[in-house]
Design a protein around this ligand. Structure first.
Ligand code: GLN
Length: 486
């Protein structure tokens, strides 16, 4: 029998629907795979074998049906699942079990998707390597000595090591796209408001967006369709039809599509192998009938500093709720210490160094007397960056750039240098500040490691992302990791 863990989501569903395999067999194959390899990859923080098998049985009895019924999925640990430990990669939430499902989780369950467990991530989604997880790093299946990207490195590594055909990520400044880029997988950040944030642990509320991750474009589109759409429980949810992503993923026809290469997202600081694969991918798209021009987005160079004021400011406010009273950890509550002391001890022990850095940055940027100079200025820059996108749409349909300036770097290489770590997201952050959809698609290898092509589109035009992704996938032979460490 074929190895069920090597199938795409579409093939998995076909196998179940045709009776070639039961959903329970599919779930068990993935649980066995996790047991066999995850001691080395460390993609999962929690595996819910019982829940996964129970859901698979519901699919086998015909209780739930649909295009992804019975397909296993890895859920980033920032998303609430009722009764299942949700740590957000932090000690401060160790042992916390949410009393409710995120809307996204409800939708996955309703579609018959089998949630295998929760995946590792940088603490509170702050990072680009998953090394800021309080539970130890995840390893890149292409080379276990390298980072799998971050913050959603657990989700991307689970895909690349065949521990799950589907995963969910969240992207505040690149945390879906950069992990996809460095693991040779597909990751899509939908339009802000396109997927409900209800039940996501908040990092930066005006930027956070959950999205689909998969090993191929159509699988991602099918997952996108399950999780996207209006949710009255999220006040920023968009009440509009979900763009025709599955249709676009099945088509891949880019004839006449106007593609703009972002002038500011290339050159110095980009690894030569990344630039070479990027340029080749653009040529492939040109060869398929797209027109390619260079487009200048003059304010993109300010995206990183603006993001590192806005995101920490929102985080410093959002993370105030971890006060030793409402959730998770409580340190030093001996009946003698004051509430303030218990809060201070809990936060000092519960948060890791990167989270503390962000809270300090954000609190400073929001403090009276500095608010206008930092947070206020950053918001103005955000408006200018959105303006660059809107102007671009006068002449092109989509913008493209490398997803990330480098391939996966060795674990530890940037841990002592926060700025070098932050620069991983230099290409991905503009789309978050604007709010439009963006995705990373595999664009070949540089020195044996994956390179990603990023596509950015106008708000609510995620169909264009899938169109480009599908075109590229059809034209470029897929690279898969050798997994020679197995
Ligand atoms: N790497 C970026 C950061 O550290 C983005 C994280 C994200 O998208 N969640 O903030």
């Amino acid at each position: 029998m074929t190895d069920l863990t090597r199938l795409s989501a579409v093939e998995t569903r076909q196998a179940i629907a045709s009776g070639a395999a039961s959903a329970v067999e599919v779930a068990q194959a993935h649980l066995d795979r996790i047991a066999a390899v995850d001691d080395r990859v460390h993609a999962f923080l929690h595996v819910d074998a019982e829940g996964a098998l129970a859901q698979a049985r519901r699919v086998d009895t015909g209780e739930v049906t649909g295009p992804l019924a019975g397909v296993p999925l890895a859920l980033k640990d920032v998303i609430c699942q009722e009764g299942i430990p949700t740590t957000v990669g932090s000690k401060i939430l160790e042992g916390w079990r949410p009393p409710y499902d995120a809307t996204l989780t409800t939708r996955l369950k309703g579609a018959g998707v089998v949630i295998l467990g929760k995946t590792n991530m940088d603490e509170f989604a702050m990072g680009s390597s998953t090394e800021h997880s309080a539970y130890g790093p995840t390893h890149n299946p292409w080379d276990l000595t390298r980072i799998p990207g971050g913050s959603g490195g657990g989700s991307s590594a689970a895909l690349a090591s065949y521990q799950a055909p589907l995963a969910i990520g969240t992207d505040t400044g690149g945390s879906i796209r950069q992990p996809a880029s460095v693991t040779g997988t597909v990751g899509v950040k939908p339009t802000y408001g396109g997927v409900s944030r209800y039940g996501l642990v908040a990092f930066s509320s005006s930027l956070d967006q959950a999205g689909p991750c998969a090993r191929n474009v159509l699988d991602a589109a099918l997952l996108h369709e399950v999780i996207a759409g209006y949710d009255p429980k999220d006040s920023t949810s968009i009440d509009a039809p979900v763009p025709p992503v599955v249709e676009a993923a099945r088509s891949g026809d880019v004839k006449g599509l106007r593609i703009g290469v972002v002038k500011e997202l290339q050159g110095d600081g980009y690894e030569p192998g990344v630039t070479a694969r990027f340029n080749e991918a653009v040529e492939v798209l040109r060869g398929l009938g797209a027109t390619v021009t260079e487009v200048s987005c003059p304010h993109f160079g300010y995206a990183l500093p603006a993001y590192y004021l806005i995101a920490p400011s929102e985080a410093s406010s959002n993370l105030a709720r971890f006060d030793a009273v409402r959730y998770g950890l409580r340190v030093g509550d001996d009946g003698v210490r004051s509430l303030e002391e218990v809060m201070a001890l809990t936060r000092a022990q519960g948060f890791g160094p990167e989270v503390k850095r962000r809270i300090i940055l954000g609190t400073y940027a929001l403090s009276s007397g500095y608010y206008d100079a930092y947070y206020g200025q950053a918001q103005k820059v955000r408006t200018l960056i959105s303006g660059d996108f809107r102007k671009a749409w006068d002449s092109v349909d989509v913008l493209v750039a490398p997803t990330c300036p480098t391939v996966a770097f060795p674990l530890g290489a940037k841990l002592e240098d926060p700025l070098a770590m932050y620069k991983q997201d230099i290409c991905s952050i503009p789309a978050n500040l604007y709010g439009g959809p963006a995705a990373s698609f595999p664009a070949g290898l540089s020195e044996g490691l994956p390179v990603g092509l990023q596509v950015m589109a106008p708000t609510l035009r995620e169909d264009l992302l899938y169109l480009v992704g599908a075109a590229l996938e059809q034209a470029l032979p897929a690279s898969v990791p050798t997994l020679d460490w197995e």
